[in-house]
Design a protein around this ligand. Structure first.
Ligand code: IVH
Length: 685
């Protein structure tokens, strides 16, 4: 690339002809693709983030101005397209095999001996690579463009995740043309989609804050993100990819596995050459395994072992395949990171929903670079099944999961002083009698006013996706709970001005504001209340789905698991969670109280909930009363869809000051155009 091509200097406001727009779009797209390659594949960017953002923003505004010039391959298309009702299936042209997995050095030696014998050489040449801990995918590039992406599935047929894979930022939608290697007309590659550890932690933190369930490990997070029906959700997740194989490449043949790893980056496909190595003979293989085992704790992503592949393609063909795996490769897994330590005590934590969880307090121990002093014990039944006692020496394992697990007690180390654990019969925070399920898997504090529960549930209730009560940050919640003014969600609606007088930092203005904000929550749609209740496993999206599918919150409270499972996107875990939540009479009484106080507008739900069904709204220009997020949420909660592109599927365009090309397009297509006031009237604001 010429230096000038790296930063196309374009003034979007001056571009008015289609021809100059086309040239500018081409230049910007090419530059952005190149910078993606420098950043993600070479890890050597040549411009800074803000310059990159400017290029991308210029491209976005040009495409908004000339929507007909937007190509499906444009680097702006990393935001995700339409939602699907289900993922389709794709048949793999060549089956996606798995690998023989081994844990013992002796089996690696046997493998090497077999390769030596069959290939008739003294030292076999291998490509030794990290075994990435993510989700396998196949990508098909046709004439340089990413055409199909699928998961492994059962090896023969996988799920069609094309729209989702296209949102992975480091993956080129169009293969780069570099002078060295011509792009094959058809290229089929395979690789692993994963999430970096740091990104995973951030993602979980965000989910925890918004009351969504956290992912157990980066692999689950990657798999869950890739198999979404709504690519916009995938686009919001920090997915990454490493390619480790090319199974078809028209007009080009690779002699070795190593040449694949070396060539793919030239087209912009990320491989992991730095951590891979050519090894001659078994000694080198074993050294590679222990080196990587030592390095793994300092890597930004999870690997769970190494993969050894006979390097020469001719030799691979000679050795051939078994039913499910090649005979020329094996995966040598790392041992799970474990350590023995003393179980000092078992404490009991009370969660937001009143669930009691036993937690192991351990004598601090280093496991795989991390100091562990606590571990999950799940529930009473699990503790009994594993026969874990306080005072035991226990094996603690970190198997890639966020929370370490107590695996088993070392019974030989017992001296008779160990004590069996019994779940307390009363809540450690509020002394209410605990409700224990028959299978001893669920222990519940039924007191919705338990201080441990109340702080967390009020903060969640008041959070942005919930009732959005800005004046109720966690410090104020603490203050109100400590003063005994707030004892339950319902008590928020009974608070009066005079109750708050005299509290530190609660001035008259603030009190009035807070009470007004609380009053305003009564006009929020029912999905917001459903989310705000903090039902385990029910995030904002699920709350919307529930609001669409039930005529009232009272109906939702009465739903059985079977009723809930009839809804396509509700799985058994969510269904169980909802039924359990509303199954408690204290919860029901509290929700009924909230409905009586005027929340969740049952009648409004029945009359208005679906009246925008079949419509698709586009908002353009500046909205003055509502913000975009609220406006879109409103349309969706009334059964309509929203989009950022005006097309023949658009039914309404809401315009504010500064509207440009979208307004023009809407006029051309004869779509109904509304002002913000007209829109507000229409939705009953
Ligand atoms: S090669 C026929 N290389 O491990 C060879 N696989 O059980 C097929 N994996 O699901 C795989 N890192 O997704 C290969 N460097 C690597 C790998 C790798 C991770 C995964 C792969 C597959 C599983 C094999």
């Amino acid at each position: 690339m010429e230096p000038n091509d790296l930063r196309p200097d374009i003034d979007v406001s001056k571009i008015s002809s289609r021809k100059s727009a086309k040239a500018a779009i081409n230049g910007l797209s090419k530059a952005i693709r190149y910078h993606n390659y420098r950043y993600y594949v070479l890890d050597a960017p040549v411009i800074d983030d803000s310059e990159y953002d400017t290029l991308l923003l210029n491209l976005i505004s040009l495409e908004e101005k000339f929507p007909e010039l937007q190509s499906p391959d444009s680097p702006t298309q990393k935001v995700g397209g339409e939602t699907l009702s289900e993922l389709g299936t794709i048949e793999h042209a060549i089956p996606m095999l798995s690998l023989q997995t081994v844990y013992e050095e002796s089996v690696v030696r046997d493998f090497d001996t077999r390769c030596q014998d069959e290939l008739g050489v003294d030292a076999v040449e291998y490509s030794a690579e990290p075994k990435f801990d993510g989700l396998a995918v196949e990508l098909i590039y046709e004439n340089g463009s990413l055409a199909i992406a699928s998961t492994r599935g059962d090896g023969l047929t996988g799920e069609d995740v094309t729209a989702n894979v296209k949102t992975i930022r480091e993956l080129p939608l169009v293969l780069l043309e570099t002078s060295e290697e011509a792009v094959p007309s058809r290229l089929v590659v395979r690789g692993e989609v994963y999430i970096r550890l740091q990104d995973f932690e951030k993602l979980n933190l965000k989910r925890e804050k918004s009351g969504e369930p956290i992912f157990a490990n980066p692999r689950n997070a990657a798999a869950g993100s890739l198999r979404q029906l709504d690519p916009k959700i995938t686009a919001s997740r920090p997915l990454r990819i490493f390619i480790y194989d090319a199974v078809e490449s028209e007009g080009l043949s690779f002699d070795t596995q190593w040449s694949i790893l070396k060539s793919l980056p030239k087209w912009g496909l990320p491989t992991q050459l730095k951590l891979s190595r050519i090894c001659h003979g078994v000694k080198a293989l074993l050294e590679y395994h222990s080196e990587l085992d030592e390095k793994r704790d300092n890597l930004p992503f999870e690997i769970d072992g190494v993969v050894f592949k006979v390097n020469s393609k001719t030799d691979q063909d000679k050795m051939g395949y078994r039913a499910r795996d090649p005979r020329w490769a094996i995966a040598y897994k790392f041992k799970p990171r474990a350590a023995a330590t003393k179980l000092l005590d078992i404490i009991v934590q009370v969660g937001r929903t009143g669930r009691l969880t036993p937690v192991a307090e351990l004598e601090s121990v280093r496991i795989g670079g991390v100091t562990v002093s606590r571990a999950s014990l799940h529930n009473q039944s699990e503790i009994e099944r594993k026969d874990i006692r306080i005072g035991d020496t226990v094996m603690v394992v970190r198997a890639g999961d966020v929370i370490p697990q107590v695996e088993y007690p070392v019974k030989e180390a017992r001296n008779g002083s160990e004590k069996e654990f019994e779940m307390p019969t009363v809540c450690p925070k509020c002394n209410s009698a605990i409700e224990m399920s028959v299978d001893k898997k669920l222990a519940q504090c039924p007191n919705m006013s338990c201080p441990a529960q109340i702080r967390r549930s009020i903060s969640h209730f008041a959070s942005r996706g919930g009732m959005d009560i800005e004046g109720l940050g966690s410090k104020r919640v603490d203050q109100l709970v400590d003063a005994g003014i707030v004892t339950s969600l319902l008590s928020l609606y009974k608070m009066k001005n005079e109750d708050l007088h005299g509290l530190e930092r609660f001035g008259e203005r603030l009190i009035e504001n807070l009470l007004e904000q609380i009053e305003a929550t009564k006009s929020l749609p029912p999905n917001r209340l459903i989310y705000a209740l903090g039902i385990p496993n029910v995030g904002e999206q699920t709350a919307k789905i529930l609001a669409h599918n039930f005529d009232s919150i009272t109906d939702l409270m009465a739903a059985t698991e079977t009723d809930l499972l009839r809804i396509e996107t509700i799985g058994p875990e969510i269904a169980r969670s909802i039924v359990e939540f509303f199954g408690r009479k204290e919860t029901r009484a509290m929700v009924e109280g909230l409905i009586k106080a005027g929340l969740g507008k049952e009648s409004a739900l029945e009359e208005t909930s679906q009246f925008l069904t079949g419509t698709t709204f586009v908002f353009t220009g500046t909205l003055e009363k509502l913000n975009r997020r609220e406006a879109k949420q409103l349309v969706e909660s009334l059964g309509g869809k929203t989009s950022s592109i005006v097309s023949k599927n658009t039914t309404h365009v809401v315009v504010g000051p500064g509207a440009g090309s979208k307004l023009k397009k809407a006029q051309e297509l004869g779509i109904e155009i509304l002002s913000e006031d007209e829109f507000a009237n229409m939705v009953g604001l």
